[in-house]
Design a protein around this ligand. Structure first.
Ligand code: PMP
Ligand code: GLN
Length: 394
């Protein structure tokens, strides 16, 4: 023990400013301990394309190893702007409408700290990615859940207006949606846009799965009439180019909003990942065939995992997007997905994520369990085989 630290005075870890270990960390550690097939935390086993890895390595060799500008290296900001123009007809200004961040995670945290004041409310689609609640609470705000219900997980548009109060500061929108795979359609986005405009709210969109849409299409909310001015759109290279460990993300939007995100970001990381930023600039210059192959590969794996889980008796909610499948373990006799998932590594040698951790009250048991298919075919088949054996013997 270090001198001066009394053993009987443990650090106070209660309260919103000291979040607990994430479920992803817990479950990946369990996967390692049991040699389990990890269908929990969403990271692919294979690295992104060689030309992307090479571009980062070349940047390192060329000596691009010092701090980048706060907003990101110009080559990457140019590439992000070109990507937004090509896919969505958006045209963010390279000088002041784009900021590169340490993954989407930093962009989310910086946006919350930039816009949410103590006592403010943020309405977010529930279940929600776990960093949302933590980031809102770090800013002193409260997350207000806008529930997506099984089996369809569509947002109830009638309810949205009623969730907005005098204290609501922001709508936090995630499409394609983790963990349910819902992809918002134009009518849903228009309804959200109407509420945002009527109630004068800032909108933050998390679009990290923008290139993983199997049904429908990805439409950025910022591209709807009148929405650019009030929207911060967040993206990430981690999923699209299979380099989750590089932690290169970005936020785009009007200079007035991006300035405030930058104002916070300069005291979080300031800037990060110079050579990776060059790698992602090369990645974003990929031709359409890259995105087509990427999507086709995942479509096949989605089919494989969905069919396999259904055959095992799970209720399978086929995702329109992302690389996750939400299921219910209730038909197998498990009403408590957390207990099921904690038992699964030892029992079957497989790891999955209980969806209850994505709810405002993460302690309430729920039967939904999330599996990822961002793994090679053979790994998915092995995972299914282990489930088949383990669940039968249970
Ligand atoms: N948003 C969602 C919905 C996610 O699933 C993730 C997981 N990676 C993130 C944000 C974080 O992205 P990054 O790894 O770029 O920080
Ligand atoms: N986004 C990934 C998931 O939802 C994991 C990110 C993390 O480990 N925090 O599984």
């Amino acid at each position: 023990m270090m001198a001066g630290f009394a053993e009987e005075e443990p650090m106070d870890r209660s309260g919103p400013a000291a979040p607990q270990t994430t479920i992803f960390t817990v479950m990946s550690a369990l996967a390692q301990r049991h040699g389990a097939v990890n269908l929990g935390q969403g990271f692919p086993d294979e690295s992104g394309p060689d030309y992307v890895i090479e571009a980062a390595a070349a940047a390192m060799r060329e000596g691009r190893n010092q701090y980048p500008p706060l907003a990101g290296v110009p080559e990457l900001r140019e590439a992000i702007a070109a990507h937004q123009r090509h896919w969505y007809g958006l045209d963010p200004a390279v000088e002041d409408e784009i900021v590169v961040t340490a993954g989407a995670t930093e962009a989310i945290a910086a946006a919350m700290l930039a816009f949410v004041r103590p006592g403010d409310e943020v309405v977010a689609m529930e279940p929600f990615y776990d960093s949302y609640k933590a980031s809102v609470e770090l800013a002193g705000g409260t997350i207000v859940p806008w529930r997506l219900e099984a089996p369809g997980f569509r947002p109830d548009l009638e309810r949205l207006g009623g969730l907005v109060t005098d204290r609501t500061r922001m709508l936090l929108v995630n499409s394609p949606h983790n963990p349910t795979g819902t992809v918002l359609d134009r009518a849903e986005l228009e309804a959200i846009a109407r509420v945002a405009a009527e109630r004068d709210l800032v909108v933050v969109t998390d679009e990290v799965y923008e290139h993983l849409v199997f049904e429908g299409e990805h439409l950025p909310l910022a591209a709807l009439p009148g929405m650019w001015e009030r929207t911060v759109s967040i993206g990430s290279a981690g999923k699209t180019f299979s380099v989750t460990g590089w932690k290169i993300g970005w936020a785009t939007g009007p200079a007035a909003l991006i300035d405030r995100v930058k104002g916070v970001k300069q005291y979080l990381s300031f800037a990060s990942g110079t050579p990776f930023q060059y790698g992602i600039a090369a990645a974003l210059a990929s031709g359409p065939e890259y995105y087509e192959d990427y999507l086709a590969g995942y479509a096949e794996r989605r089919g494989l995992l969905a069919a396999g889980l259904a055959e095992l008796g799970f209720a399978v909610y086929e995702p329109q997007g992302t690389y996750f499948i939400t299921t219910s373990a209730a038909p197998l006799g498990y009403g408590d997905g957390m207990a099921f998932c904690l038992d699964l590594p030892e029992r079957c040698g497989v790891v999955a994520i209980p969806n209850q951790v994505f709810y405002a009250d993460p302690s309430a048991p729920r039967p939904e369990v999330r599996f990822t298919f961002c793994k090679p075919r053979a790994v998915l088949e092995e995972g299914l085989e282990r489930l088949r054996k383990g669940l039968r013997s249970g």
